[in-house]
Ligand binder design. Structure first.
Ligand code: TYD
Length: 227
């Protein structure tokens, strides 16, 4: 609270293709907000609730060589996760005027499942029904060329002894990632007031400086930081 102004709930999301440095920026941002003593909830999709953890397993631990999942089934699973996440975590925290920081949200469905062929009509209908007015106040889109992001993913896989190499999306071809990136950028250009693009092919500290610059403005506007 600042003077007579009561800080209101702030919904922040971070998006980007694999290898964009999203996990690092999520960590740096949540550490900074915690250090400042701000009321914070950090979460992710899929997997921000106990039901979501089970859904996450279905989605990400499948072996695509053994079973196929239609893009629509996949989307509905992501939305089952999201509906529960909104009900259990996001809406309650916002109504308590907290800052809610979420790793991936609706834009990921539009970018990934859109690339897989799900229609915009279905994406719009689910968004309207499940998310409604609970839209992020600010989305940071970490943007990086797919060839660089895939190099990062590859070296991460190698350093993890190949553990993650079974993961489905990391194995998708470069053109898949290029299309996902294009879709993220399209959404950002359609919603410039909500989505802030941060160039991610830089050092983590440089990227974080740009992320913090924008996030702090949003927090000030909602009364969580003094101007
Ligand atoms: P995750 O392990 O959380 O990795 P990342 O660090 O890349 O976020 O994997 C989440 C995967 O799920 C990622 O490949 C993007 C994908 N995804 C969708 O396809 N649609 C969605 O709506 C969401 C939330 C994620």
């Amino acid at each position: 609270m600042i003077g007579a102004i009561v800080a209101s709930g702030v919904f922040l999301t971070v998006e980007g293709i694999e290898g964009s440095g999203k996990s690092t920026q999520m960590l740096l941002l949540s550490e900074r907000l915690r250090q400042m003593g701000l009321p914070l909830i950090v979460s992710k999709e899929p997997g921000g609730t106990s039901l979501g953890i089970q859904i996450r397993k279905i989605l990400l631990d499948r072996d695509p060589k053994l079973e196929t999942c239609s893009p629509e089934s996949e989307l509905l699973l992501f939305y089952a996760d999201r509906a529960q996440h909104l009900k259990e975590v996001i809406r309650p925290a916002l109504s308590e005027n907290k800052i809610v920081l979420v790793d991936r949200f609706e834009d990921s469905s539009r970018a990934y499942q859109g690339t897989l062929g799900v229609s915009k009509i279905l994406l719009d209908q689910l968004s309207e029904t499940i998310i409604g007015s609970t839209k992020p106040h600010l989305t940071i889109l970490l943007d990086i060329e797919s060839k660089f992001s895939l190099q990062r993913v590859e070296s991460r896989n190698l350093s993890l002894g190949g553990e993650f190499s079974e993961r489905r999306y990391d194995q998708e071809a470069l053109d898949f990632h290029q299309e996902v990136r294009r879709r993220f950028l399209d959404i950002a250009h359609q919603e410039p007031h909500r989505i802030h693009i941060v160039k991610a092919h830089r050092s983590p500290d440089e990227v974080f400086e740009a992320v913090w610059d924008r996030v702090s403005k949003t927090l000030k506007a909602h009364g969580h930081l003094v101007s």
